[in-house]
Structure formats: C-alpha cells, structure tokens
Design a binder for this molecule. Structure first.
Ligand SMILES: [Cu+2]
Length: 168
C-alpha cells in the first residue's frame, strides 16, 4: 500500500513528540496510580488469527502519561489499534503510543481504541483470566487481570451499553 510510509512516519513523529514532552522534567513524587478496569479479551473465532481486547485506563494524576506497549499472558503479540475514517471507510491502524491526559481516562471499545492480540500459545477460553501488562513511557507498568469472554458475551455487553446511552 502506497500510503503506508507516510502513515508510519507520522506515527513515529507523533510518538517522539509526545515522548519528549512527557519527559519535560516533572516531579514524580506525587504521581497517583494509573488504574485499569473492565479488561476483557475475546475468544479467538474459529480460523481467526487475531482477536480483540478492551479495557479502560484512568490517569488520576496531574500529568499526562503515554501508553507504549501492552502484553497479555500466553499471547505472542499485542498491538494497540485505533479506528479511523478514511474516505468514508472505517479502517484500523496500529498506534505506537497513546497519550492519556491528566485527570482523564481512555475507554478502549468497539469502533475506537482496542488491543489486537495475535499468536495464542494455547486456546483462550471464556471464564479464564489472563494477566495484562501495560507499559508507559515513564517506566511505569500496570498489571491487571483480563477476563476471557465469548463473542456473545462481548456483543451483549456492547448492546447493553448502547441502550444505556440512548435511554438517558
Ligand atoms: Cu485492530
């Protein structure tokens, strides 16, 4: 694809600019803990090479933080993705870093940010828990347990959520 070099250059320069601005010498002594909630990873569908995980990251501190990497136990590869609209088409692309402003949270959800997971060492089964590790550019790491859910559970929750939204 011809556009790819331009995309990767843009992503790389965004990465370095957020990286350096987050390192502009702030004091870490009063940094509040980043928390992760509702982490879920979907079972792999038959014959599918990738699955998806959702979570919410909350940054209660003053300073922005930058997520740079995610790992999930038993999965060979985890990528941070976002959905974008290109010429009216919904596409997804990998992001190398994700900035989370101070006093804010980012919800990974269908149609937005998500984790793509690849290369399972063993089968993911609904009801299991897998350790999820998130890496931030200040050296901080956050661990949580991601719940393995079936496609049905995941889509039921998504439709439940959208109902809640439309009824208020
Ligand atoms: Cu994706």
């Amino acid at each position: 694809m011809k556009l790819w070099p331009a995309f990767s250059f843009l992503t790389a320069s965004l990465f370095f600019s957020t990286f350096s601005s987050a390192h502009s010498g702030h004091d870490h002594s009063d940094v509040a803990e980043i928390t992760v909630s509702n982490a879920q990873v979907r079972e792999f569908l038959p014959a599918s090479k990738a699955s998806v995980a959702y979570l919410t990251i909350t940054n209660p501190s003053e300073q922005a933080t930058v997520l740079t990497k995610a790992e999930l136990d038993g999965l060979g590869r985890v990528e941070i993705h976002q959905h974008t609209h290109v010429d009216g088409m919904m596409k997804m692309e990998q992001v190398l870093s994700l900035k989370i402003d101070g006093h804010s949270s980012v919800e990974f959800k269908p149609g937005g940010y998500h984790l793509m997971v690849f290369e399972p060492e063993d089968q993911l089964k609904a009801g299991q828990e897998r350790k999820l590790t998130l890496y931030f550019n200040d050296g901080n790491r956050v661990f949580t347990q991601a719940k393995v859910v079936s496609l049905q559970e995941m889509s039921e929750q998504a439709s439940q959520k959208s109902k809640e939204h439309s009824h208020h």
